[in-house]
Design a protein around this ligand. Sequence first.
Ligand code: FEO
Ligand code: CA
Ligand code: CA
Length: 759
Amino acid sequence: MKNPADPKKIDFNDEDSNTSPNPTFDTVLAARLSRRGLLRGGVGTAGTALLGGLAVAGCGGGGSNGVAFPVLPPAPAPAPPPAPAPQPPTEKLLGFGAVAKSLADVVSIPAGYSFSVLYALGDPLTAGTAAYKNDGTDTDFENRAGDHHDGMEWFGLDASGKYSLTSADRGLLAINHEATTDEKLSSFFLHANGGTSTLPRPAAEVDKEIAIHGIAVVEVAKTSNKWATVPGSSFNFRLTPLSDIEIAGPARGNSLMVTKYSTNGTRTRGTLNNCGTGKTPWGTFLTGEENWFGYFTRSATDDAARADKSVVALKRYGSAQGGASRHGWESAGADDKYARWIISKTGASVDGSDDYRNELNGMGYIVEIDPFDKNKSARKRTALGRFAHESAAFGVPTVGQPLAVYMGDDARNEYMYKFVSTALWTAADANPADRMATGDKYLNDGKLYVAKYNPDGTGVWLELSITNPTVAGYATYAFADQADVSIHCRLAADAVGATKMDRPEWGAVNPANGEIYQTLTNNSNRRIDPSGSSQLAPDAANPRAYTDMKGATAQQGNPNGHLLRMKEGSAGGAATTFTWDIYLLGAEAGADQSMVNISNLTADQDFSSPDGLAFSPSTGICWIQTDDGAYTDVTNCMMLAGLPGKVGDGGAKTLSYTKADSSKLDVLTQVGKAATPDTLKRFLVGPSACELTGFCETPDGKAIFVNIQHPGETTKQADIADPSKYSSRWPSNAGYGAGSRPRSATIVITKDDGGRIGT
Ligand code: FEO
Ligand code: CA
Ligand code: CA
């Protein structure tokens, strides 16, 4: 449940703590005024695109951070990005018939395609685990599929069980289990009577709820043309919020990581609210920890007990003193596994080794996992920053060049980040003997940047380094060292004046040209006349503020979201400048084409709140998935197939707003070429009250795996005993599994003629 328009409850998925004073309306206005002489177009008039050529100096400074690796020789002269381009299609891409918008409680896909349910909440992962009864009495979730399937990656297996880049009939799916369907505290579909909505929560309920979070690795195989999981596979495993995990990178051993659990600050327990994913060029799984702050609580007097800069940091990361936790897990007993959810300063120690005052610093990372070896410790890659992580998208690797990883921070008014490795890419690392050691090589040491977007279509990556005087001298928060910068990179990004965005969700890199695509799902805080500390005027990279009606409800801000894309400067992934434009703007097909439906979406293409995003390595299709609450009066969430052009294929555009005092606000932006029936088409509509998220495919492109998250999320806990009142009964209504409670699930989609998906 992500959309702020959803009135159901406090939304722990929509944290909103960025009240820093950087990019304000005034700076947008100043930029616009300085350009007024250059741009004379009015509303809907395309001016001249001013892409490239306006290089802006990057923010200087910053050496390596953390432990040194062997220094590699200087890079050879930059080569043009290689073109590991998709196979030239012999079939027509987007040749399928568009799927109509729908409110039906089914999965709708084009004629000529089939799907089957592969892996749903509660399905056994081990041979000894009982079949899922789906009536609220099941236990043993450490050995079952978790809940709220989210990001997902494919890792091929050859016949001998080794990593294969080509295997298309046997592999591992590494899957995020982000969260669970709740109304007030209780994950009500997991408990026979809906569970306990008051404190204290029973330990038996809490133990199940904790165990359905985390990640899973499950083997899948195709036999006689039918895909299924391998329930007893020795590869299968779960990580939960209680699994022991190593801290890696600059924060390892830092004083900010010291807890009662790890008095030397090198370990923590668990991974939580795992949302987007990534796949490293060396064959490991990356999972992003997103809305973790809401699972913890601290006392109403904790600010005074701390009386130090940690209070500033906690507030910037969404933790206000006295706030309730999402599920009340801390109330289930005195055991340490419950006590750790209370992050108040209660101990007498100076360093925090006798309580969990620093526990929140152990969450919020990109975590690396070796999907092939359940006995290897997962590692939190702290060099990639700490925030509400979604996906981690690698730039196209180039031998002799650093690796770049692109990441978004999904909360209103948060930022876009890039990590650039110190180590240079070596082809031999594509299938190494020790994958986690290879992760240490590339992901523990490098530079972290945040993006600033200029109205003229240029942008700059600002380095977040303790050697950057703007960071080191930040008045709001006194950074101690690079570990402090990594752990509190939101504050460092505030200091350097990064651009506040409309909720960055997934990123993906176009394999054909290396351009970086990013969904910006929506932002209820954009306003033509902003008021208060968290509302913002539209700006170049987030140019819309409008009202969309959902029945009688006026949805303000940027309710439908957009997709932005970037092209790095001549230094490729290491560049500190880039150009950008907006690939697509979500909208209803009938909305005003000058100010809202700027991408000219038709009824076969219109969408709202883009979230999941992936390029098919086989076909090059850009798959766009939605997690929407704004257009759900008309359609369930969906997945679309796009064939994008490139940055700069459209042009500049000015959106002209009238403010309450009748003065004008002109916002210059850069918009890509409008969609056509040949470049964008709806491929799938999901069942009721779900979101579409997670995409991966077999290397031949003939099977794709997609997650249906939280069908029936809008069900009321009080209706648990009456299935006729559930807002979805999928997938049991599609013939899968026992009971009638809705379940998040992975589906596999194939084409009936054996062709590639999306043709
Ligand atoms: Fe887990 Fe921002 O979606
Ligand atoms: Ca509407
Ligand atoms: Ca998401």
